[in-house]
Design a protein around this ligand. Structure first.
Ligand code: PLP
Length: 556
């Protein structure tokens, strides 16, 4: 058996069919799948080992504590930290950065100090610093990128001053897939006396990390992006800093003594920062994820490089695809757009074919802003992905681009449908009938796209800030006209799939009174259409925002 097959076989989720097609999971930048060893360790812990840690003087608590602390030592070795108590458990990268902001930055920064980040940071490494800047009077400065998509060292030099107190940048950005020159950044930051925080969320599964050699002050990452459990992350910080920092969450575990007479003495490191019962099962199972990476170290790096090259070649050869950064990435992660097609239309078509990719701003809105983009598509692969999967992905993408998908055809039943929509004669029942006939998600998706395609576009003058629906990843507009006691709605979107969903949703609300609109059960309607499991009115796809806006307009 090949090493790839052997590695892939450890991830049971990958074997499933999605929307009637074998799943191709290309959203590993968001989270990676879990190997059987991690899944089994979680089950085994609850089955035979479950007890609270550090508290009870009984056998299973001792065993749980030993396993829990053993993982901390494994992480220490994995990232080359000097002491295991420099490894603090958090709920993830976001929590770790917030901890640094609260416990270190708010205590150490004053008005006029500067925090440097890059424009390509995840919101988790931007928003906490905006808040710190607001609260302390410090200035937040964002360094630009080179054409390759890495931090521009020349720009960094111009931003760095004797007032710089913190440099917080990612090791690999979640939209660029490029390794930043963090060694140079750390060295220069040190020369001006600034502390350094490296967001390793995207790097930790792909690169060997040695925090002692890097000599950074803080390094943070999430377990779920490296085959481990969700709800767990690591804050590495140098011992001296952790000693100075005050805790910011108080309660059990983080205390040595509590007295109503003399007050509280905080616990030693690392417990000072771990108030309350931690994610014990997550930590114990995480050990298996680290073992997996260590055992497959060479394979992971070879496969990463091969996938990155193959994917780059294929994407560059596909007409209509434009890479956001047109060079081979350091990890198999590429951001791109498809000419003349909305990102959501591309991703929803691929989803109907069992291919999971990401569309949107990728929690990097400032980067999108600096690139003058509304969003993009992202494929992010893990070493369990294969070249054959890339081939299928490229084939399906090509079919979509060439307009050869059923949902792009202008003939046959689709055309009849289009005509009936244009004549405004289609009622809710007609929509329900069509969706009942369409059995698979593939077919239902096609119906939505056809509805979107033939949905009459709104007059441009009506597409104003006032009619914009916030909360949608695409742009969508809605206008209500009151006719007597009932309402008539006009809507539009830049994404065909959203136009289709608007058409379906509006059919349920047209010519109804305010009371009927408030009372209508949209979930039951979507259930009837067979859409609820794919497109429930949730925040994720913007449907909830559309429904909320309809209700708000009917009330106002
Ligand atoms: N930083 C980067 C570079 C990321 O890619 C992510 C998640 O995608 C985060 C931070 C936030 O990670 P989490 O949601 O696990 O806290």
């Amino acid at each position: 058996m090949s090493q790839l097959q052997n590695f892939r076989d450890q991830f049971p989720l990958l074997e499933q069919q999605v929307n009637g097609k074998p799943l191709i999971y290309f959203d590993n930048g968001a989270t990676t799948q879990k190997p059987s060893s991690v899944i089994a360790a979680s089950g085994q812990f609850y089955q035979s080992q479950n007890a609270n840690v550090h508290r009870a003087s009984h056998a299973i608590s001792t065993r749980a504590t030993q396993a829990f602390e053993e993982t901390r030592r494994q992480v220490q070795a994995f990232i080359g930290a000097q002491y295991s108590h420099e490894v603090i458990w958090t709920s993830g990268t976001t929590h770790a950065i917030n901890l640094i902001a609260q416990c270190w930055a708010l205590e150490n920064l004053t008005a006029g100090d500067e925090i440097i980040i890059s424009v390509a940071e995840h919101h988790a490494n931007i928003v906490p610093w905006q808040v710190v800047a607001e609260q302390t009077g410090a200035r937040l400065v964002a360094v630009g990128l080179t054409d390759k998509g890495i931090v521009d060292l020349a720009d960094f030099e111009t931003c760095l001053t004797h007032r710089t107190k913190l440099v917080a940048v990612n090791h690999i950005a979640n939209v660029t897939g490029m390794i930043n020159p963090i060694e140079a950044i750390i060295a220069r930051a040190k020369e001006v006396g600034a502390k350094t925080l490296i967001d390793g969320a995207q790097a930790i599964a792909h690169l060997p990390i040695n925090v002692t050699e890097l000599d950074c002050d803080f390094y943070v990452f999430s377990a779920h992006k490296m085959y481990g459990p969700t709800g767990l992350g690591v804050l590495y910080a140098k011992q001296a800093l952790l000693m100075q920092m005050k805790p910011y969450q108080y309660g059990g575990e983080m205390i040595k003594t509590v007295s109503l007479k003399t007050g509280t003495v905080f616990n030693e490191l690392p417990f000072k920062f771990e108030a309350g019962t931690p994610n014990i099962v997550g930590v114990v199972a995480f050990a298996k994820a680290i073992e997996l990476i260590k055992d497959n170290f060479d394979f992971i790096h070879q496969q990463d490089a091969a996938l990155s090259q193959y994917l780059f070649d294929k994407l560059t050869d596909t007409d209509g695809v434009e890479l956001v950064f047109s060079r081979q990435a350091d990890i198999p992660l590429y951001a791109f757009v498809v000419n003349n097609h909305h990102n959501q239309d591309v991703s929803s078509y691929l989803d109907s074919q069992g291919i999971a990719i990401r569309a949107g701003h990728h929690c990097a809105m400032p980067l999108m802003e600096s690139l003058h983009m509304n969003g993009c598509l992202r494929v992010s692969l893990a070493p369990y992905n294969t070249m054959a999967e890339i081939d299928i992905f490229i084939d399906k993408l090509t079919v979509f681009i060439k307009g050869e998908t059923d949902s792009c055809l202008d003939t046959g039943s689709g055309n009849e449908l289009a005509t009936s929509i244009r004549s405004e004669s289609m009622e809710m029942n007609e929509i329900i009938e069509r969706f009942t006939q369409a059995k698979s998600w593939d077919q239902k998706h096609r119906e939505i796209m056809l509805l979107g395609k033939s949905f009459e576009r709104m007059d441009k003058t009506l597409r104003s800030a006032q009619s914009l629906i916030s909360g949608c990843e695409s742009q969508a507009w809605l206008v209500a006209i009151k006719q007597g006691e009932t309402f008539y709605f006009y809507a539009d979107s830049d994404a065909k799939i959203v136009r289709g969903l608007l058409r379906i949703t509006l059919a349920a609300y047209q010519h109804k009174t305010a009371a009927q609109i408030q009372a209508f059960d949209i979930n039951a309607y979507f259930e009837k259409l067979g859409l609820l499991s794919h497109l429930s009115p949730s925040r994720g796809n913007g449907l909830l925002a559309i429904v909320e806006k309809i209700k708000a307009l009917a009330l106002s």
